[in-house]
Ligand binder design. Structure first.
Ligand code: 5AD
Ligand code: SF4
Length: 435
């Protein structure tokens, strides 16, 4: 390795928090005078912003590193960032000789000096979780798309027994109210019409997420607010009430349950039961009847029996999820569940995942079908495959296809005409002209 790179690419994997971190790293590198390499072009520096939540994601990161060798045998400078970097630390350099620097999610404001060190042939590793927030050291944000992420909280103190997040992202920490408000205002000025507040436990934001939402809702030009991911234990009455009162807060709530069996929930150290979860959903629906509920599920947690799994299908039916993510349990080294007895047979796990996903798809389809005939508004966020076709998000976070000359960032009124489990079609609402 020799020269300081002049072009870079940041590739983010995993959750939206990583997408946000990836954007901030890109902004930081640009502020240093580096240029983002256009898609498909070679970059002098590649930052792999990795995810460690499941086993395959980490393996994928290492194979992605391997694939960065160019045809002529050369390769870019490679920075391993994100949660695999945090978890592996110096070990990452041993596992892949190609990695030039390792930087954790709380240390990436130090990227410029680390890149300089890597250019000198050092292989710096920084996985510190400094008390001084990286946010203070990052450049102010400028341009943005119509839909922007804003991290308000990081880390997790919940210690679910399967999860690496409390180890890779550290303890729960909330950003100050004023900083968040300033960043939100800058994002809106830079073109954002929607802001999604992010946190591993976003509703554990210490100042009361409802107050933050109400404050942000007063920013002129901001039309939509979302937040993710929330924990059932932190759904306060105030936050629930905000869903009924704040017009800009979109009718969508991602509220992971993981399992429908109290026995498994206990073994997972989730601080909710099936009943308390369902009660929360009931209250949220009382505040906002049309709300779309989304969730996360794990099948095959150690000791999960057929009966436990049947309970999971039952909670799926009881809630009627609009959308959901479901995963096979993956033991993460260092977590309590990794040493629990009762590993579930891989074939049984596969079968349960398939059955769960089939059931979830039925509910998504039912939810989407129920919007057929409705007039709604979408925020256009990308092009469709057909000429003239654009795709935008409904308030319920459905992707709706429509033929229009609108551009990305426009809000368009549509009538929903048909529905599939993962997408819907619509037509521009025809303005009624008085006779
Ligand atoms: N195995 C499988 N899924 C997991 N998740 C977190 N840790 C694991 C694991 N060890 C899932 C949970 C969480 C989502 C982000 O990832 O469902 O809500
Ligand atoms: Fe992981 Fe549980 Fe924390 Fe979510 S709440 S990040 S699943 S430990």
């Amino acid at each position: 390795m020799s020269a300081i790179p002049t072009t870079f690419r940041v590739k983010s994997f995993g959750c939206q928090m990583n997408v946000y971190d990836g954007e901030r790293m890109g902004e930081l590198l640009s502020a240093e005078g580096m240029i983002a390499a256009p898609d498909g072009d070679d970059a002098d520096l590649v930052v792999l912003n990795t995810c460690h939540i499941r086993e395959k994601a980490a393996d994928k990161a290492y194979s992605d590193v391997g694939r960065l060798t160019r045809e002529d045998g050369s390769r870019p400078m490679i920075a391993l960032a994100g949660c695999v970097a945090q978890a592996e630390g110096p070990e990452a350099k041993r596992r892949s000789k190609m990695i030039d620097l390792v930087v954790g999610p709380q240390a990436y404001h130090r990227l410029p000096e680390m890149i300089a060190a890597a250019a000198r042939g050092e292989r710096p590793v920084d996985t510190d979780m400094p008390a001084i927030s990286k946010f203070d050291a990052l450049p102010v944000r400028r341009r943005t798309g119509p839909s922007a992420f804003l991290t308000v909280q990081e880390g997790c103190d919940k210690f679910c027994t399967y999860c690496v997040v409390p180890y890779t992202r550290g303890a729960e920490i909330s950003r100050p109210f004023a900083d968040i408000l300033t960043e939100a205002a800058v994002l809106v000025e830079g073109g954002a019409r929607e802001i999604t507040l992010l946190g591993q436990n976003v509703n554990a934001w210490t100042g009361g997420l409802d107050k933050l939402i109400r404050a942000i809702a007063r920013i002129d030009g901001l039309e939509r607010i979302r937040y993710t991911t929330s924990h059932p234990a932190d759904m306060t009455p105030e936050l629930i009430a905000a869903h009924g009162e704040v017009e800009q807060l979109m009718p969508y709530l991602h509220l992971p349950v993981q399992s429908g069996s109290n026995r498994i929930l206990k073994a997972m150290n989730r601080s909710h039961s099936v009943d308390s979860y369902l009660r929360t959903i009931e209250q949220v629906r009382a505040a906002r009847p049309d709300i779309a509920i989304s969730g996360d599920f794990i099948v095959g947690f150690p000791g999960e029996t057929d009966e436990d799994f049947t309970d999971t299908l039952a909670i799926v039916d009881a809630v009627g999820y609009a959308s959901a993510y479901s995963f096979k349990y993956s033991p993460r080294p260092g977590t309590p569940a990794a040493t629990m007895e009762g590993a579930v047979d891989p074939q049984v796990m596969d079968d349960r995942l398939q059955r769960l996903q089939a059931r979830l798809a039925e509910h998504s389809l039912a939810f989407n079908r129920a919007t057929i005939g409705k007039d709604t508004r979408i925020l256009v966020d990308r092009k469709g495959r057909l000429p003239g076709q654009m795709i935008g998000k409904s308030p319920w976070l459905q992707s709706i296809f429509v033929t229009t000359d609108a551009v990305i960032g426009d809000m368009v009124d549509v009538n929903v005409t048909h529905a599939l489990p993962n997408s819907l079609g619509g037509e521009l609402t025809v303005q009624k002209v008085a006779a």
